[in-house]
Design a protein around this ligand. Structure first.
Ligand code: PRP
Ligand code: ZN
Length: 304
């Protein structure tokens, strides 16, 4: 049996969420220390744990069939891998940041200045787009110290929580790219066996990803209030309405909500006359039509 190879980040921003996604897909990955290669028992899949900067190359060259990589890395390196789907975790952004004490307000203010970055291609693109002539100082890491060392006026780097910027007295002035984890695949044609395994894994992944945002809501209400209540259920398509034993005008409403359910939503439901409101987590979903996600797409995903 041909085994599908998946490249994951060994340690860092993506690795924990990537592993837990695969776990939720029913794959057991025994990660003994320093082990870079794991054989999965449940499906014909092998996992390679490598540096995030290597994932794209491994998938692009066909050493691995699938990979989970940050959009920032994908956008920077022009490899011939294709995006299967955005995974909705490991959100971060590529931003321009300047010393707190400086007066720069945006990228245009950095004309003739020096910007340190590990993302020279993306920075170059942004500079060209805005017609800004700045010098790019290509650094492989520790970009945030460049302004303090007086080797650059600004940096272009990944920001997630913002803690690194704060710790280095830097201020974010412009976002160049919003990034999240991407599932990518090699552009090479794969054998039928591998395609089947990938399809199975992908169905499970979709089920897991859909379930993450979704909740099952159950409540009681007067029949007459039903339209108001249905309107308040976030992302619910067609709720199930059930009679309540021993009650003429009260009903039970059950619905799968495809969007986050906040306390505010429950308060509004209560105001609209709902009682006995229960919100239940959904572990897995199968064959449920998926709603288009809302954020703007930088790259179009390919179909499997
Ligand atoms: C990025 C970036 C910062 C940090 C920002 O590095 O270079 O160091 O993350 O995160 P924060 O806003 O939460 O502080 P990354 O973790 O991607 O490591 P790498 O550049 O070594 O791959
Ligand atoms: Zn990295």
């Amino acid at each position: 049996m041909e085994r599908v190879r998946i490249a994951l980040q060994k340690s860092g921003r993506l690795s924990e969420d990537s592993l837990s996604l695969l776990k939720n897909c029913g794959l057991h990955i025994d990660r003994s220390k320093d082990q870079l290669f794991c054989r999965v028992k449940e499906l014909p899949i092998d996992i390679l744990m490598i540096r995030d900067d290597d994932i794209l190359g491994f998938v692009g060259s066909g050493i691995c069939d699938l990979g989970i990589v940050g959009e920032n890395v994908f956008a920077e390196k022009q490899e011939s891998a294709r995006i299967v789907e955005r995974l909705g975790f490991s959100f971060c952004r590529l931003s321009i940041a300047v010393p707190e004490s400086s007066t720069y307000q945006n990228l245009k203010d950095l004309d003739e200045k020096t910007i340190a970055t590990s993302y020279p291609a993306l920075l170059q693109k942004a500079l060209l787009k805005q017609g800004v002539k700045a010098k790019i100082l290509d650094m492989t890491g520790s970009v945030e110290v460049a302004p303090r060392l007086k080797i650059a006026d600004a940096i272009c780097d990944i920001v997630a929580s913002g803690a690194t910027l704060t710790a280095n007295n830097l201020r974010e002035i412009e976002v160049l790219l919003e990034s999240e984890a991407l599932l990518i695949r090699s552009s090479k044609k794969l054998c039928e066996e591998k395609e089947k395994t990938i399809q199975r894994l992908w169905n499970r992944m979709r089920g897991t990803l859909q379930a993450t945002d979704s909740k099952y809501i159950m409540l009681h209400a007067e029949k007459a209030r039903l339209p108001d209540i249905v309107r308040l259920l976030p992302g619910a398509e067609s709720p199930t309405v059930l009679p309540l034993q021993g009650s003429e005008d009260e009903i039970a409403v059950h619905a799968v909500c495809r969007e986050a359910v906040f306390w505010e939503t429950l308060e509004k439901l209560e105001e609209a006359g709902a009682s006995a409101i229960l919100v239940l987590p959904i572990e897995k979903m199968m064959n449920c039509e998926r709603k288009e996600r809302k954020y703007e797409r930088y790259f179009e995903p390919c179909s499997l």
